[in-house]
Design a protein around this ligand. Structure first.
Ligand SMILES: [Zn+2]
Length: 117
């Protein structure tokens, strides 16, 4: 999953990818601190595990919606209106379901803190 932290120097949000799904796993993987170079200003940022947060990928939702609109235009041309409505509600619900799952995962990550001495 993708995790986010703020640069201590320029306050911009940075992210990194990890296989950890909670802070305990992240702590095992990285130790008590995240040491990453800020992608915006180049400062090496040291952040406590508890200061790192997860959030759902909004691009998934945007991409899903876009794909939905493209499909809608296509279906309107070839499928009767009732069919379009049925197909569309199915198409549009998929990105929302995926996004909700991601949102659940992210809030589960954010809820649990580790003791880092
Ligand atoms: Zn920075």
């Amino acid at each position: 999953m993708k995790l986010y932290y703020y640069c201590s120097s320029c306050q911009k949000e940075n992210n990194f990818t990890t296989t950890a799904t909670n802070r305990f796993e992240l702590q095992k993987e990285r130790g008590n601190f995240i040491n990453e170079r800020c992608k915006k200003c180049g400062t090496v940022v040291k952040r406590r595990i508890n200061r790192v947060h997860a959030k759902p990928n909004k691009w998934l939702l945007v991409l899903g919606m876009l794909l939905g609109f493209v499909c809608t235009v296509f279906f309107i041309l070839f499928v009767p209106l009732l069919g379009v409505i049925v197909i569309n509600s199915a198409i549009f619900s998929v990105p929302f379901i995926i996004w909700r799952q991601q949102d659940k995962k992210a809030s589960a990550f954010n809820k649990v803190m580790v003791s880092d001495g």
